[in-house]
Write a protein that binds this ligand. Structure first.
Ligand SMILES: Nc1ncnc2c1ncn2[C@@H]1O[C@H](COP(=O)(O)OP(=O)(O)OP(=O)(O)O)[C@@H](O)[C@H]1O
Ligand SMILES: [Mg+2]
Length: 369
């Protein structure tokens, strides 16, 4: 069990002043499931490799369980094999000459764990990952997704203080991904092992994380509990990254009408929530970006909504519909539970005022609470 502290970690691969990590500061609590999330190339794997001790950063310090493992200033560096971490890499590598069972047992056997205990651990983990019938096969006889689960199993059977998992479910089909995701989270909670999990899949991050660290261009944009990032995105980028389908965004001008403030998007105008008055009044006449998630817009039966449009298309999801609504110069996506019968022709929409997100047009930072 171990907390992880990262202070001012910079990494430059080319030594020409462009940094893949630009001074990372991060605290991961003991037992926490922490997810590094962000688009390809944002520095997720680099950050994880620093924790693992696979990279010597240019500056900064990393502590695991309170002990310094990397310190540029103090010239301290604990080699990876002495950090008591179990890793699954993006490019996982299994021992090719060993069976799946051999791969999973190896670390326990070198620790001189009794044989029946090794077998029990391996069988239990294999069952959880759905690979119990594959244990006698060698890696070359397994599919990519099967190999990935063996690699994950190999990490799970050990008893490390930290798990570092880099896109460990990337090669699995959608159904398996959901299943393993659920089991993995359950095991992690039971074991209470501090876990850093890298993904660019926001659903994985939302469902598994205690703590999401959302990164962009080598920096943290926002971190916190999944619902914190989803409900109160601090930045336009966060609002756009979390949530499927993607949040609707509108360029709006703040206007005053009959003493209250409104967002005027050209194609429609909607009242600003009262609790945002103080934050918005100084911006009167200025442009902002308004965000409304597809699930926070509703189709109103009697046609008395603020936004009017014509249905462009409907996608059934099974339990709901995605309705594409043409409002003039653009199309809005609405997630509706309603029957598809009503989802045609002209209709009106209402936005939940307390679920609107407003961002500064220049800084792209959140405005208001
Ligand atoms: N060995 C390397 N040499 C040079 N540049 C590298 C190296 N590894 C990574 N980079 C660069 O550093 C940046 C961060 O890369 P990193 O692998 O950490 O991204 P990532 O967030 O893990 O992306 P992905 O989701 O695609 O795996 C990228 O711009 C990448 O091109
Ligand atoms: Mg990566």
């Amino acid at each position: 069990m171990a907390s992880i502290t990262i202070r001012d970690v910079r990494v430059s691969y080319n030594k020409r002043g462009s940094y893949a990590l630009k001074g990372l500061d991060l605290d991961i609590k003991d037992g926490e499931f922490c997810v590094f999330l962000g688009p390809s190339g944002c520095g997720k794997s680099t950050a994880m490799h620093c924790i693992a001790g696979l990279i010597h950063p240019d500056t900064g310090e990393i502590r695991i369980g309170g002990s310094v493992t990397t310190s540029v200033e103090r010239r301290e560096f604990v080699p990876p094999q002495e950090r008591n971490i179990a890793m699954v890499f993006q490019e996982y590598a299994l021992y090719p000459n060993m069976t799946a069972r051999g791969n999973m047992s190896f670390a326990l056997e070198t620790k001189k764990t009794p044989r029946d205990e090794v077998a029990r651990q391996v069988d239990k983990t294999a069952r959880m990952l759905g690979i119990e019938s594959l244990l006698d096969r060698k890696p070359a006889e397994l599919s990519g997704g099967q190999r990935q689960r063996v690699a994950l199993g190999r990490a799970l059977v050990r008893n490390p203080s930290v798990f570092l998992l880099d896109e460990p479910l990337g090669n699995l089909d959608a159904k398996l991904r959901e299943q393993v995701r659920y089991e993995l989270k359950k095991i992690q909670t039971q074991m209470g092992v501090t876990t850093v999990y890298v993904t660019h899949d926001q659903t994985e991050a939302m469902t598994m994380a205690d703590h999401i660290v959302l990164m962009k261009d080598g920096e943290i944009v926002q971190q916190g509990a999944p619902t914190e990032l989803y409900d109160r995105p601090s930045h336009l980028f966060v609002a756009g990254f979390l949530g499927t389908p993607r949040i609707n965004m509108f360029d709006c001008v703040i206007q005053a009408r009959d003493g209250s403030l409104r967002f005027n998007a050209g194609d429609f105008s909607i009242p600003a929530p009262e609790n945002m008055e103080d934050a918005l009044r100084p911006l009167l006449g200025r442009e902002v970006i308004l965000g409304a998630r597809p699930s926070d817009l509703s189709i109103v039966e009697n046609g008395e909504g603020d936004i009017r449009g014509v249905v462009d298309g409907v996608e059934p999801l099974g339990d709901a519909y995605l309705v594409y609504i043409n409002i003039g110069s653009r199309v809005i996506i609405v997630k509706s539970a309603g029957g598809s019968g009503a989802l045609s022709g002209s209709l009106a929409l209402k936005a939940s005022p307390d679920r609107l997100h407003v961002f500064d047009k220049d800084t792209e930072k959140r405005i208001g609470a």
